[in-house]
Design a protein around this ligand. Structure first.
Ligand SMILES: [Zn+2]
Length: 258
């Protein structure tokens, strides 16, 4: 029964990517639609961390484990992002440190084109999301369901962004690039969800609580640094903030149903 729930969630999350990619291929999303989809996903994820994952981690492990786990998950992804992706320095457009970052960047150019960087990064992120789905479902099917819903929404919106970026860049083989990358992302999520269930699912409840909090911290970092800025950059009349508020409320409501 619990495994059936996990299978359904993992399959839905995995399919959401190529489906989102196919949608972007049929009709390039408007910037308004993109801001709403990505903003909604950001709000839904924040709701899943705040209303489900952290409270559950504190309940089955302890408050210090929930706090420490969240910080550790955040720190791991931050370190990887800073060292591997940003080559040791990252700044906002208006930061005083911007000129220094641009000098460093000129010396060390990031690898690959924009699409490859985004899509490969997303595939890697799916490992975290998949493991978190597996751990959530093993902790409690209703938790797995809510985390799964947030990740399904997230994956569909990510695929729209990737599709949009490929179409913006133009060039040949757009269909193959969009469907290839989004399918790889889906496979990555499915495989890691299974790995999370089979490799980590039998751990003790306190350990599952720690992993749950770490997953929330890791995904929180990605939500704040990638999803929210991406959504805001396409917004019209704060469409992304409105959608994020709705996403948060949907997860809050779902979380109180179960
Ligand atoms: Zn995702």
């Amino acid at each position: 029964m619990e495994f059936a729930t996990l299978l359904a969630i993992a399959a839905a999350g995995a399919l959401a990517s190529p489906i989102g990619g196919a949608l972007a291929l049929c009709r390039r999303p408007t910037t308004l639609a993109l801001s709403i989809a990505v903003g909604f996903a950001g709000g839904a994820l924040l709701g899943a961390f705040a209303f489900e994952m952290l409270p559950r981690a504190a309940e089955i492990a302890s408050m210090p484990v929930a706090l420490g786990g969240f910080a550790a998950g955040f720190a791991c992804v931050y370190a990887l992002d800073l060292v591997v992706v940003h080559r040791g320095i990252t700044t906002g457009d208006k930061a005083d440190q911007r000129p220094r970052m641009l000098r460093v960047r000129q010396v060390r150019r990031p690898r690959g084109d924009e699409v490859t960087v985004l899509a490969a990064g997303t595939s890697a992120e799916e490992l975290i999301e998949g493991l978190t789905i597996g751990v959530s479902a093993a902790t409690d099917p209703s938790l797995g369901l809510i985390v799964g819903v947030a990740i399904v929404i997230d994956n569909a919106s990510e695929a729209l962004s990737i599709g949009d970026l490929v179409r913006e860049k133009g060039g040949q083989h757009q269909a193959r690039r969009i469907l290839g990358w989004t399918s790889l992302i889906g496979v990555s999520l499915f495989v890691s969800a299974m790995a999370g269930w089979f490799l980590l699912g039998n751990l003790s409840q306190p350990t599952l609580g720690l992993l749950l909090a770490a997953g929330a911290g890791a995904m929180f970092y990605l939500t704040m640094t990638e999803l929210v800025p991406e959504a805001e950059s396409h917004q019209f009349q704060q469409s992304s903030a409105i959608a994020a508020g709705l996403g948060l409320l949907v997860i809050f409501a779902l979380s109180n149903l179960s």
